[in-house]
Design a protein around this ligand. Sequence first.
Ligand code: GRF
Length: 205
Amino acid sequence: MRGSKPIQLGVLASGNGSNFEALVQAIADGKLRAEIPVLIYNNPGAAVAARAQRWGIPAVLLNHRNYHSREAFDFDIAQTLRQSGVEWVVMAGWMRRVTQVLIDHFGDQMLNIHPSLLPSFPGLHAIEQALAAGVKITGCTVHIVRLKVDSGPIIIQAAVRVLPDDTAESLHQRVQVQEHEILPRAIDLAVRRQAQLTADNSPRS
Ligand code: GRF
C-alpha cells in the first residue's frame, strides 16, 4: 500500500486516551499510514481531549447525556465523522454501546479494542472479570464492531500472563502495553485485507 493515500481514521474515546496517543505516535513514527482528522469524545474533561490538543488534532465533544436516544447520538457521531472525511473508525476506550446507525454508516470499517482475549470477558470490567475467574493468561483483542457488545470478527489478539500478586491496576498496565502495540497493527491489517477483498472482487480487464 506504499504510495496509496493515508487512510482517514476517526477515533472515538471516552477517557484517558492512551490508545489514542499510541495511534498518533505510530502514525508519527511511520508505522501506520494514516491521518486522524478528528477525535470524538463524550465525557467533558476527559484526558484524551488534552492529548489531542497537544498533538494538534481536532477534538469534538459529543456528550451522550444531551441526546434523547442512542440512535440520535450515533447519528451525530456519523455526521461529524463524515464531515471530517473519515473512512475508518476506531473505538479506543469508547464506553458507549453502538447502534445500527453507526454500523450502517461504516460497516466493517469500524474497529474496537477490548482488554481481554475475546470471547472471554466481554463488557465492562474485563480485567476484574479475568482476575475473578482465576485465568492464568488474559490479554487484549482488536475486532470489527458488531451490534452485540465485543462480539465482532477478531483481527489481532495479544496474550498477557496473569501474575499471582496482580491487582486490577498492575494487570491492566501490562495489558495496555500490548494494546498500544496491536492497535496500529490491527488497523493496518484490516485496511490491507479490505483493499485485497475489493481488488479480488473488481472486474478484471
Ligand atoms: C482500554 O483498556 C481499552 O481496551 C478499553 O478501555 C481502555 C481505554 O484505555 N476498551 P485508554 O483510554 O486508551 O488509555
